[in-house]
Design a protein around this ligand. Structure first.
Ligand code: UDP
Length: 354
């Protein structure tokens, strides 16, 4: 029987790319989204790319516990990929209650509904932000997590811990020992720690749609190139790195999406080695901000207006992944070159301007 995968936050940037790859791999996908940070552009793009016009779209806020339970009553859900969360670091510092309430409540509701509907497989979208500043590079999954520097980062750490605890409880207490609590179904979990997702689908039909001024580097670059922004600021050129700008591990969005298909298949095919697993999803290749900017200029034949500016508060100097665990266990590796990725990002920006 074809497996059903619920993608919460499936109309967003990462969720829409993951939905495409899941459908192309033969899964049934149910998309749930409250459209709080996106519109239907990417969902329509997913339908166009896959040629599948009848993908169920459920407009719900995952913080609405009853609505989430109704969704699980209505569909047999074999696995959930949970993206539905707020993601702006700066805003989370200003609005911590909003971030904790939204990001934790929505995840708890998904977990509780899954557990109470006979168990579930949960894939959580975590982040390399959990590693913070570290000298030991590249980071492996065993590298210690540092205290989060923002409420957003903290929600990623807390959700990882919640998932670990729920998986462990479901294993230990198959029959509930506590009166009044419902019997647990088996819960298995995978957390994927993403490095820096960038780019867009090669069709240019889906991509990142930042609201307002982009915080992230690549949308800022493409918006500067198209003339929406006057000048890109490169934050800091006095870091202790080869060219003085920060080093990151930029992972192509389609490669990243494919890692989700590999992880979901591992769960659904009973291939997990532990009931809760964590994988780094990156390329293993550090690229500086300056290198990225010049690669963008070269591959797209554009002269970008940029200047060097002060360091941005909260930025770590360098971080990149050791992806060997994911390479080995998920049989997944990043494949697309940074040039292809930056060409796709530019094609998407131009598509938006059409
Ligand atoms: N960056 C930059 N200018 C911008 C946005 C980002 O120089 O307008 C730099 C930022 O300082 C960091 C890198 O680009 O070194 C990646 O930043 P981004 O916000 O995309 O991701 P992060 O690594 O912070 O999650």
């Amino acid at each position: 029987m074809t497996k059903n995968v619920l993608v919460s936050g499936g109309a967003g940037y990462i969720g829409s790319h993951v939905t495409v790859e899941l459908i192309q791999a033969g899964y049934n996908v149910i998309v749930a989204d409250n459209l709080s940070n996106c519109d239907m552009t990417c969902f329509e793009g997913v339908k166009a790319i896959t040629g599948k016009k009848d993908i169920p779209f459920i407009k719900i806020d995952c913080c609405d516990r009853d609505a989430v339970f109704r969704l699980f009553d209505e569909y047999r859900i074999d696995a959930v990929i949970h993206f539905a969360a707020f993601k702006a670091v700066g805003e989370s510092v200003a609005e911590p209650i909003k971030y904790y309430r939204n990001n934790l409540d929505s995840f708890l509701n998904i977990l509780e509904a899954g557990k109470n509907h006979g168990g579930c497989n949960i894939l959580f979208s975590s982040s390399a932000t959990v590693y913070g500043e570290t000298d030991k590079l590249p980071v492996t999954e065993d590298s210690p997590r540092q205290s989060a520097t923002s409420p957003y980062g903290n929600t990623k750490q807390i959700c990882e811990d919640i998932l670990r605890d729920v998986v462990s409880a479901a294993k230990s207490y198959g029959e509930s020992m506590f009166p009044g609590t419902r019997k647990n179904g088996p819960v298995k979990g995978i957390a994927l720690r993403y490095f820096n997702p960038i780019g867009a689908h090669p069709s240019a039909l889906i991509g990142e749609l930042p609201r307002g001024v982009p915080n992230n580097l690549v949308p800022y670059i493409t918006q500067t190139a198209i003339g929406k922004r006057e000048c890109l600021s490169i934050f800091g050129n006095d870091y202790p790195t080869p060219d003085g700008t920060c080093l990151r591990d930029y992972i192509d969005i389609v490669d990243l999406a494919k890692a989700h298909v590999a992880a979901v298949s591992r769960m659904l095919d009973g291939k997990m080695k532990k009931d809760y697993e964590i994988f780094n999803i990156g390329t293993g290749r550090p690229v500086s901000v300056y290198e990225l900017v010049t690669a963008f200029e070269k591959v797209n034949g554009i002269k970008l207006n940029y200047k060097f500016a002060e360091r941005r508060a909260g930025d770590v100097t360098a971080i990149w992944a050791d992806p060997s665990l994911a390479n080995r266990e998920l049989k997944w590796a990043a494949e697309r070159s940074i040039e292809d990725t930056l060409a796709a990002a530019w094609a998407w920006e131009k598509h938006l301007a059409e």
